[in-house]
Design a protein around this ligand. Structure first.
Ligand code: Z16
Length: 797
């Protein structure tokens, strides 16, 4: 429902607002203003137009006594926010005109904004898409996370190797947050628990304050605005007075520095758990602050805690906020005096848990020593929860407290009302594997909510050419009703329309190739197929399968350069966790292969390889609209969902991929004819792994694979250091856990089918267009509707 009608804004209004902010918020004349000043002034002018709807949304929520949704996530990979705000407020034309009028380069001003990388990859980006969809659907919601001073590290290459440097987004001015000094909670750690007349009293030995910073998140058309509330750690006192009075100013400043470390930096590991105490501190810090804030808001409206599950739905994004279970029980039982069982029941009525991976190395568990030292009362509560669950289900053999560990997945499962997986395949595997026993005890708890992406950022704003064609063809109703893209299907057989579709892609590719030439020193023919694999570096994602195929392809082109090869450029981008040495070796290998292959004058008009540094949301927005082919080639059963796969399909890039994660559903939607399938299925993977010598057998059966491996082994790509990739070779020819060798032959076959299809432009344009037309289901609006009805019981206002 339209609760706040946006006043119409002309480019003149906007220009005046910008000039006002330039003068009165930033103290600059137009003559003295730098790009950053203009960017801030424009951002404030846009932000102003969110505030009314923001207030109105809060008012409406109170008036309706509506249930609120709280999304707790250690990561929100929001990227830049200015264009998002402009597009959602439908001010793109006015903003461009206003800046042009002021003699400024609109795109340069937008590009001045730092990319807020407060997340690692898919999980964090999903949280950001969800916030935007929650606002678009006018669902009363709030995101809670950490205001990291430093987001995900910056990546550069030295001699082809990944080098990390600190990310410093807050060194530039940030337009979007409102500091809330009054929203501040004291969070304790350590100390001890005493029994006092039958009650447990926790006295922490260390305390920090969590201070709130709010970012408004406007939905489509700016009708509804929710809040992303990020917590920053502050010392309880600015300095230690004793040391100060002794004149020891360094010691006096120590508590301040110590407190700040909690929100200082994002852990850069995506799917491996680190088990570091500071990480557990971060988890408790933001979760405890969020719960106190949630209860304070509840108390301001209601006085009966048994109403909590009716008014509050809390979503735990992975197990990172799993401490919410014991902490909520502690707040309700220890602090509010509810009986333990009642406290547990209420907590279970509010909490829900999303699982994002089955990889064993990612499942969080804490040694009870670390856990109990930091959170002594919570350890007791976990034991009691485990006990209560055990008594309720005497047949069970599992415990969340086995091997002196606290297992956060099991804890989350037991404390949750609903547990969800992120694609149909993944949810099925959850039931069969990691949560098999718990699923048997609670057969209705696990539900599926296949991921989605917001079409505002991932089509409308990143791909104006395709968006304009879509809107010209079917009107703009698709923007918040993405399934309407189906209406494009009837145009796909029209050669004229298909040419317009192909022209949008061609122009996007031309833009990208100009950018590559200007900024990356890479020169490519825009007519070549743009084959793109962008995601975190991981063995299960198999960037090494892709580069092996590229090597084999290069060798075959050399054998017969005039065999009518379809020209390709293979583009890679992605960061490796700093301690993940194998993944870093893969990056170096790709860079080494790129150097050799791109220098080969006999092949370089047929095949080029580029690894772009510092992959982030902004780079994704540049690459995806220009992609011809989407590489989604994980070992089946390992990628929980993937969301990049959806963005490519939506932007008209067919997938070459395995039956993994949401690829399965993408293929069902776009049609098997418009998807290049290869590789083993998840059950086949499990079976093949048990077969002794599977890698050897695969290499012996495929001379192309053998020759590609030989080239790496003999130093073709590392002539100064032929043994550089001995580790990779040993791994692949040895146990090859991710079955790169076993899937190689079928991958090669699929890639040659891609070549043939691409060589027929009309056929390719038809496939690409059907990918766009049939990707509407992958809107995060659809996903959020699913969460609202199946998990939260929340309504749109
Ligand atoms: C992450 O990004 C994901 C899983 C995880 O355990 C930790 C992190 Cl940081 C990803 C999955 O790998 C991906 O398949 C999925 O699409 C994404 O989470 C969102 O669900």
């Amino acid at each position: 429902m339209n609760i706040a009608t946006l006043p119409t804004v002309s480019s003149d209004n906007l220009r005046d607002a910008i000039l006002n902010h330039l003068a009165y918020s930033f103290g600059k004349t137009p003559e003295a203003a730098q790009t950053e000043d203009w960017r801030m002034a424009l951002s404030f002018a846009i932000r102003d137009r969110m505030v009314e709807a923001w207030f109105a949304a809060t008012r409406r929520t109170y008036e309706a006594g509506a249930k609120r949704v709280y999304y707790l996530s250690m990561e929100f990979l929001i990227g830049r926010l200015l264009e998002d705000g402009i597009v959602n407020l439908r001010l793109a034309d006015q903003a461009r005109a206003a800046l042009t009028d002021l003699g400024l380069d609109y795109d340069a001003v937008l590009a001045d904004e730092p990319d807020a990388a407060l997340g690692n990859g898919g999980l964090g980006r999903l949280a950001a898409c969800f916030l935007e969809s929650l606002s678009t659907l006018s669902c009363p919601a709030m995101g809670y996370g950490i205001r990291y001073e430093h987001g995900l590290f910056r990546q550069s290459f030295q001699g082809g190797r990944q080098v990390e440097s600190p990310e410093t987004w807050l060194l530039q001015r940030h337009a979007w947050e409102f500091e809330r000094p009054e929203a501040r909670y004291r969070i304790g750690f350590g100390g001890e628990v005493r029994e006092d007349r039958g009650r447990s009293v926790w006295t922490p030995s260390e305390q920090v304050d969590a201070e709130a910073f709010d970012t408004p998140i406007a939905g489509w058309q700016g009708k509804w605005v929710n809040t992303l509330r990020l917590w920053s750690a502050k010392a309880v006192a600015p300095f230690d007075l004793d040391s100060f009075n002794r004149g020891d100013f360094a010691a006096a400043a120590a508590p301040e520095a110590l407190a700040r470390t909690i929100s200082r930096v994002l852990y850069p590991d995506d799917t491996t758990e680190q088990g570091k105490e500071l990480r557990l501190k971060q988890e408790f810090f933001f979760t405890a602050a969020a719960l106190r804030d949630i209860l304070r808001r509840f108390d301001s409206e209601y006085d009966d805690l048994s109403q909590l599950p009716a008014k509050v739905a809390i979503q735990l994004n992975d197990t990172h906020p799993a401490i919410a279970g014991p902490e909520l029980v502690r707040l309700l039982h220890d602090e509010r005096g509810l009986p333990f069982d009642r406290a547990m029941e209420i907590a279970q009525g509010c909490l829900n848990y999303t699982n994002h991976t089955l990889l064993p190395e990612a499942l969080e568990s804490w040694h009870e020593g670390v856990f109990g030292k930091l959170l002594p009362r919570h350890l007791q509560i976990v034991d009691r929860i485990d006990d209560a669950h055990g008594k309720a289900h005497p047949s069970r053999s599992f415990s969340m407290r086995a091997d002196s560990q606290v297992k956060m997945g099991e804890l989350s499962f037991v404390m949750a009302n609903r547990v969800n997986g992120v694609s149909a395949l993944h949810t099925g595997l959850m039931k069969e594997t990691v949560f098999a026993e718990l699923h048997a005890l609670h057969p209705d708890k696990i539900v599926n909510e296949t991921n989605g992406v917001t079409p505002r950022r991932w089509l409308l704003s990143c791909n104006p050419r395709l968006s304009n064609l879509v809107t010209d063809t079917i009107g703009d109703g698709w923007v918040d009703d993405l399934e309407r893209l189906k209406e494009l299907e009837s145009h796909v057989d029209d050669a004229g329309w298909r040419d317009r579709f192909a022209a949008a892609k061609r122009d996007n590719k031309a833009d990208l190739s100009n950018w590559l030439a200007e900024t990356q020193g890479v020169s490519v023919d825009p007519e070549a197929m743009f084959d793109i694999q962008i995601k975190r570096m991981h063995e299960y994602k198999r960037q090494h399968l892709n580069i092996l195929e590229a090597i084999a392809h290069w060798q075959e082109i050399k054998d017969d350069p005039n065999a009518g090869w379809t020209p390709r450029i293979k583009i890679f981008a992605g960061k490796a966790a700093p301690g993940y040495f194998f993944a870093k070796d893969i990056i170096r290998l790709i860079n080494d292969v790129a150097r050799v292959v791109n220098a080969d004058t006999a092949t370089r008009d047929k095949l080029q390889v580029a690894f772009l540094p510092n992959y982030n949301v902004t780079l994704a927005e540049r690459l995806i609209p220009a992609a011809d082919l989407s590489e989604q080639i994980s070992t089946a059963g390992k990628e929980a969902s993937g969301t990049g796969n959806m963005k490519f399909a939506l932007n008209g890039a067919p997938t070459v991929g395995t039956l993994d994660g949401a690829n399965v559903e993408i293929r069902e939607h776009v049609g098997a004819d418009n998807f290049f399938l290869f590789g083993m299925t998840a059950p086949e993977v499990t079976e093949r792994r048990m077969l002794d010598g599977h890698a050897r057998a695969a290499i012996e059966a495929d001379p192309r694979l053998a020759r590609a491996l030989d080239a790496i082994r003999d130093g073709t790509f590392s002539p100064d250091d032929p043994d550089r990739y001995a580790g990779i070779i040993e791994n692949l020819a040895g146990h090859d856990y991710f079955l790169v060798c076993s899937d190689f032959t079928d991958y090669w076959r699929a890639q040659r089918e891609v070549d043939a299809a691409y060589a027929d432009p009309a056929r390719w344009a038809g496939m690409a267009a059907l990918n766009t037309a049939r990707s509407g289901w992958f809107s995060s609006d659809r996903t959020i509707r699913g969460y609202m009805s199946d998990i939260w019981g929340a309504a749109s206002l």
